[in-house]
Design a protein around this ligand. Structure first.
Ligand SMILES: Nc1ncnc2c1ncn2[C@@H]1O[C@H](COP(=O)(O)OP(=O)(O)O)[C@@H](O)[C@H]1O
Ligand SMILES: [Mg+2]
Length: 197
């Protein structure tokens, strides 16, 4: 279904940018009081880029369907946006951790770490690795809890696989052990606690 049938996009209210394009605020046509965040997998003129975005979109939709946890950002529906794709999500007015990282208190840092650990534990039980943990992919909910988002780089690790050597996350946040040419345990890769602390 085309996104414009269901939502009015507020094109000048960009909530954030990432490697897939941007996330904009939207209103549901049915219930105009309800706000949503729509991730637009922005079209590229280059055919290779188009294919890459399609792949990321498909992966994010597939992985999200398998996840249902209070500390994992929920999505409502995957839609077509002109010639490309969009995913509609619950809107988090407090934004992402990257925006408030400098003002995080010690108590909040402790809580956020515990929240993200719970979300990751849940994902790992399903053998899904996030692969791109960083402040821009952590949203803050109305209870001031950290909620994990952005699953387009996530991987489902097949049963019995203990070592993994294909990591595509954000270079600045990759755990050092990821550079081991013999691979590393994808469920034990450290994350950016040092950054929040
Ligand atoms: N549901 C949301 N509510 C509010 N802001 C959001 C929401 N989802 C994403 N954002 C903002 O948009 C940015 C990019 O979203 P993300 O899903 O990480 O896209 P990408 O895959 O392109 O990195 C986030 O860093 C955050 O600032
Ligand atoms: Mg992101």
């Amino acid at each position: 279904m085309d996104i414009f049938e269901k939502f009015d996009l507020v094109e000048d209210r960009t909530l954030g940018y990432g490697h897939c394009g941007r996330v904009v605020l939207a209103y549901s046509k049915k219930n105009k009081a309800k706000q949503w965040a729509v991730k637009l997998f922005d079209d590229q003129s280059d055919q290779g880029e188009k294919e890459k975005l399609k792949h990321l979109f498909t992966k994010e939709v597939k992985i999200r369907q398998k996840l249902n946890h209070p500390l994992i950002a929920s999505s409502c529906v995957a839609l077509k946006y002109d010639t490309h794709f969009a995913i509609c999500r619950q809107f988090y007015p407090n934004g992402c951790l990257k925006e408030k990282i400098k003002s995080v208190t010690e108590e909040e840092a402790e809580r956020y770490l515990s929240n993200i650990s719970s979300a990751l534990h849940y994902m790992h039980l399903k053998r899904i690795c996030h692969m791109d943990i960083k402040p821009a992919n952590i949203l803050i909910n109305s209870y001031n809890e950290a909620v994990l988002t952005d699953f387009d780089l996530s991987m489902e690790i097949p049963p019995n696989v203990q070592k993994w050597n294909s990591y595509g996350g954000t270079l600045a946040y990759l755990a050092p052990e990821v550079s081991n040419p013999h691979g590393c345990d994808p469920f034990k890769v450290s994350f950016t606690s040092f950054y929040i602390a």
